[in-house]
Design a protein around this ligand. Sequence first.
Ligand code: KIV
Ligand code: ZN
Length: 407
Amino acid sequence: PAHVTRDCPASIADAAIAPPAPGEHVRIFDTSLRDGEQSPGCSMTAPQKLRFAHALSELGVDVIEVGFPASSVAEIDAGRAIAREVRGSTLAALARCHAGDIEAAARTLDAARAARLHVFISTSPLHREHKLGLSREQVIERAVMGVELARRHFDDVEFSAEDALRTEPDFLAEICGAAVAAGATTLNIPDTVGYTTPAEIRALFEYLRANVRDAHRAVFSAHCHDDLGLAVANSLAAIEGGARQVECTINGIGERAGNCALEELVMALNVRSGYFDARTRIDTRRLLPTSRLLSRITGMQVQRNKAIVGQNAFAHESGIHQHGMLKHRGTYEIMRPEDVGWVQSQIVLGRHSGRAALSDRLQSLGFALDEARLNQVFAGFKTLAEKKREVFDADLEALVLGTDAPT
Ligand code: KIV
Ligand code: ZN
């Protein structure tokens, strides 16, 4: 299908998010509670997982991966609590292609209204030799056994070929075809070690769609890690190659450098909806609250300059940018902060700011200064800004009123 249109949107500088593109639906599969939660600094208690699963469902995530039940009894209990309560999203649980794992995952999802069993096995030569000690044929046999067993429990079965991006493409196509024949309805192609590049992963998805037997019977899915900082770019390229599910996490938490950040991927699809003919059902206004909730639960803050949800994502300090912003927000913002959950953009007054921003802030604080007085206050502001990283409203009031500047 023609999933990508090559035309640039008429107005890239248009600050408002365009309405959802009329394109194909890309499923958002969130694995914050599994791939994210298993990374250092991100573990959660069962009540925390339950609370966060509700938030993901409210966000509009299509599939929530609740955990890896075979790893502990606590994991099963947390997953079962989610399955009893959380509605509105399909709930998935991960299992190796082992009978015990699959039974544990199925038990965990017992009460779910919509359940998916997610089975995986390593496919790359490195993993086959050093991790599994299995031949190609044996790996296929196990994969088929895992998918068939999973299908005895649920109709919705996802198969993942771990380390797919370092797997021989012909073997990857063969095992994916065998998984579809065994009943897999989603084929997930993980870049387990964050090794691929956008052009490479796009070509791989195109190759698989053309070479997997009965490819049309399954949805192709991307699962990218961020070891080279390319997880979001690679996931977008996979969509260009035909992926119709992307696996990601809030704030990009996950093993090592993390997974594809959900908020970044979703906003790239939204802001560039004229380029990507693909849409999600995420309520983008819930992105910031969901990110903040995760940070509060785990204690892991995002960096200040993190796209979409970092403190600086909509903050402007330089005089030239502030001047432009005061005339038209589209000059330096490609999306509206309100559309991702912020109250508004932030004009930060500091050493790099100019008179226009100062004058605007003073007016909003209720001061109407004539030109001469504004010049005086601006001189005082510049002196203060040399000493302080950020000049706050209380500092400005002190400057105008001639009282002592607060410390
Ligand atoms: O990165 C990976 O390969 C995974 C799979 C288990 C899906 O997380
Ligand atoms: Zn992963």
